[in-house]
Write a protein that binds this ligand. Structure first.
Ligand code: 2AM
Ligand code: CA
Length: 271
């Protein structure tokens, strides 16, 4: 195993263990609101601290981009960290959340870990070497038609202007697929696409740390990841479409007619 993946796994497991220790005590946590509809707890912060500590001990020269503010410049390597993806679920005791850690070398994703501490499921990938779940090789699904596809998605939560475009796409997809799920941890949803549990996924308005690890998992499992235009700018834009190759193409086709509306001004926060 690549030594940098090893460090990512150690960091993700440490954070996962910490998160699990708090699941029965969520009512007693200190929760603050970062911005409209965005909550963060002391667990998110502590989990990020644990991850950063493990990484810095091994690679003090690397850069860090963490959801909870642990950003620091470094050399050509940057760790992209979501210490607790699915915070809203976690705070409600809804058992679906994950730890997501990716490593970028310049602009290229090189290592990925998504860890579900409740099920003890560890999804890993190294660029060019495939993707695994608990050390077993995973592949994207073979469902080729939308009518057989189970999709994952996330609802828009930040920008009111996204909601109508999103709902138009949602409408088209619920009538043409086997089902749509909204689990609430984008990183874990992407890992499920890599493992073939979901055939595709789409969400708009995400952050780099929600997508980085999951997107490498999918690519290494034989799937496709892109922005809604079918380009590769999803990490910067925050809008992501993913799936096995056939379902990815089908999703892009469905979303295309709605693009103009989707890219309308996003200046206005919801609420
Ligand atoms: P987070 O829990 O790390 O914030 C689900 O739609 C995705 O959006 C999750 O990956 C979640 O990551 C992110 N997200 C951020 N803020 C959210 C919010 N207020 N409600 C739902 N999801 C949110
Ligand atoms: Ca997140």
């Amino acid at each position: 195993m690549h030594p940098m993946l090893n460090i990512a796994i150690r960091a993700a497991r440490s954070a996962g263990n910490l998160i699990v220790r708090y699941v029965d005590r969520v009512d007693r946590l200190n929760v603050t609101q970062k911005s409209y509809n965005e909550f963060v707890s002391e667990v998110d912060q502590q989990a990020e601290d644990v991850i950063v500590e493990v990484i810095r001990r091994a690679y003090p020269q690397h850069g860090i981009l963490g959801e909870e503010g642990g950003t620091r410049q470094g050399d050509d390597y940057t760790w992209v960290i979501d210490p607790l993806d699915g915070t809203t679920n976690f705070l409600h005791g809804f058992p679906q959340f994950s730890v997501s850690i990716a490593l970028k070398h310049r602009d290229r994703l090189s290592q990925a870990v998504v860890y579900d501490p409740l099920r003890n499921e560890l999804f890993t990938a190294t660029q060019g070497e495939g993707a695994q779940l608990n050390e077993r090789r995973i592949r994207v699904s073979r469902h080729h038609h939308l009518r057989d596809a189970l999709l994952g998605t996330g609802f828009p939560y930040r920008f009111v202007v996204d909601v109508d475009a999103y709902l138009a796409i949602f409408r088209d997809l619920i009538v043409s697929t086997a089902g749509v799920r909204r689990p609430g941890s984008a990183a874990l949803d992407l890992a499920y696409v890599a493992a073939g549990r979901l055939d595709g996924f789409w969400e708009f308005g995400l952050k780099e740390w929600d997508m980085a690890a999951g997107s490498l998992l999918i690519q290494e499992a034989g799937g496709m990841v892109g922005d809604p235009e079918g380009g590769d700018r999803y990490l910067g834009r925050g809008d992501i479409v993913a799936g096995n190759p056939k379902i990815y193409e089908a999703l892009i086709e469905i979303i295309r007619p709605h693009l103009a509306r989707l890219t309308a001004d996003r200046g206005a926060p919801a609420g």
